[in-house]
Design a binder for this molecule. Structure first.
Ligand SMILES: Nc1nc2c(c(=O)[nH]1)N[C@H]1C(S)=C(S)[C@@H](COP(=O)(O)O)O[C@H]1N2
Ligand SMILES: [Mo]
Length: 400
């Protein structure tokens, strides 16, 4: 063992520990990646995208899992880095071209992962201390993370296999102690492997103790934050940026009318909704909308930032509204807000939603007219859609 590694030596560090941590982290990253991909496809759908409107809480669940596994991966990533820290300082840094490539892939994985979880966490707090567009960078970096993770796993496969279970490890430990590294393993002093099972000095953490503490710590982080997404954990929500049942009408507000610069236009008594299909165009005052058949559904707002909140919405079915201008049943719609520009100014609604019974132009929330901050006079609410597409302060709905 070289002197740098020795200084950081802990009898706890071992390949077995690194493999166990790697499994947890790979699971968290994979689930996080899959749910993130789903969210991305809902927001930037390719032509083949299948839109599920039921169960209506689906997106709230997948996005809650996305943000929660992302948060859980922070302590797991820290522990995994700690477990291999001496390896990162090993000298010489490059022993061969293959070794160099292996290290480069690990460097890429570590750097991309750290940036990815950091910007994801900051995004849940709506804090953007950077100038790039969060959504695209988070998406492309996810591919770098998952790609370099796959490469890392492939390179370390022999080592992972050798330490997958305790029985396998015991079998390998003998060989490692004899000084022969398992295939694919950068020769580490056999002492590290065996010492980890039991500290030679008989002090410090056992591997089990360490893993239990890490699991408990991760559990506490998850339990005190996941209540923003899952209502059965809402009572434990201490640290998440959003609280359930808070905000006007008992629903959190993502961006207020003042922040969106629409307060005046939204309160204007001359507000009308324009509905258009081709050359046919109609306008509705709020009273005229209220005179159309009203339907009421319990649907969640499920924000991409991970918080979600169920509520009772009442208003006009989008289907019925579009029928007034003779729109075809499978029409795709463009919804325009009084808010100008940006990602919120308008949204597109695929046919799966515009046809759905529960997709409303909502006028009421939890039994009262919409609060100004929830999109008064009228807002979109559709089942199973990312919150960002539930456009507030609507002023035009048209067939595209
Ligand atoms: N015009 C407009 N619509 C909007 C937004 C916005 O900022 N402007 N925020 C969106 C986002 S990101 C979410 S999560 C929901 C939140 O709705 P709420 O503020 O009523 O809870 O509204 C969506 N609709
Ligand atoms: Mo959102």
């Amino acid at each position: 063992m070289d002197s740098v590694s020795e200084r950081f030596a802990s009898p706890l560090r071992s390949k077995r520990l690194t493999v166990v941590l790697g499994r947890w982290l790979a699971l968290a990253f994979t689930v996080c990646f899959a749910t993130g991909l789903f969210s991305h496809l809902l927001q930037d759908p390719p032509g083949w995208m299948l839109f599920l409107t039921r169960p209506e809480w689906l997106y709230g669940a997948t996005q809650g899992i996305h943000v929660t596994t992302g948060i859980a991966s922070i302590p797991l990533l820290a522990a995994k880095l700690w477990s291999v820290f001496p390896e990162l300082l090993r000298w010489p840094p490059l022993k061969s071209v293959v070794h160099g490539l292996e290290r480069a892939s690990i460097a890429l994985f570590v750097a991309a992962s750290l940036v990815e979880v950091a910007i994801g966490l900051l995004n849940t707090f709506q804090w953007y201390p950077w100038t790039f567009g969060f959504k695209d960078v988070h998406y492309w970096l996810a591919w770098v993370v998952i790609g370099s993770l796959a490469l890392h796993i492939a390179v370390k496969l022999p080592l992972i296999a050798a330490h997958w279970s305790r029985r396998q490890e015991a079998a390998t430990a003998g060989t490692a102690n004899a000084g022969t590294a398992a295939p694919g393993e950068t020769a580490v002093d056999g002492a590290t492997v065996s010492a980890a099972v039991q500290s030679p000095l008989g002090r410090g953490w056992s591997r089990r103790g360490f893993l239990a503490a890490l699991a408990a710590g991760t559990g506490v982080v998850v339990l005190t934050m996941a209540g923003q997404s899952f209502n059965w954990l809402a009572g434990l929500n201490l640290f998440a940026p959003r609280r359930m049942d808070t905000g006007p009408q008992g629903v959190p507000v993502n961006r207020t009318a003042a922040q969106a610069g629409v307060a005046q236009a939204a309160m204007d008594p001359d507000w009308v909704l324009t509905v258009a299909s081709g050359a046919v165009q109609k306008t509705f005052t709020l009273a005229q909308l209220a005179a159309l058949p009203q339907f009421s559904y319990g649907l969640p707002i499920a924000c991409v930032e991970g918080w979600s909140q169920g509520a009772q919405w009442r208003g006009v079915r989008i289907r019925d509204l579009m029928a007034t201008v003779g729109a075809p049943a499978d029409a795709e719609l463009q919804i325009s807000s009084l808010e100008k520009g940006g990602v919120y100014g308008r949204s597109f609604m695929p046919a799966a939603y515009s046809q759905d019974d529960q997709t409303l132009l909502a006028l009421e929330l939890n039994g009262a007219p919409l609060d100004l901050d929830h999109g008064f006079p009228a807002r979109i609410i559709a089942p199973g859609r990312p919150g960002v597409l539930q456009t507030k302060w609507v002023h035009k709905v048209e067939v595209i």
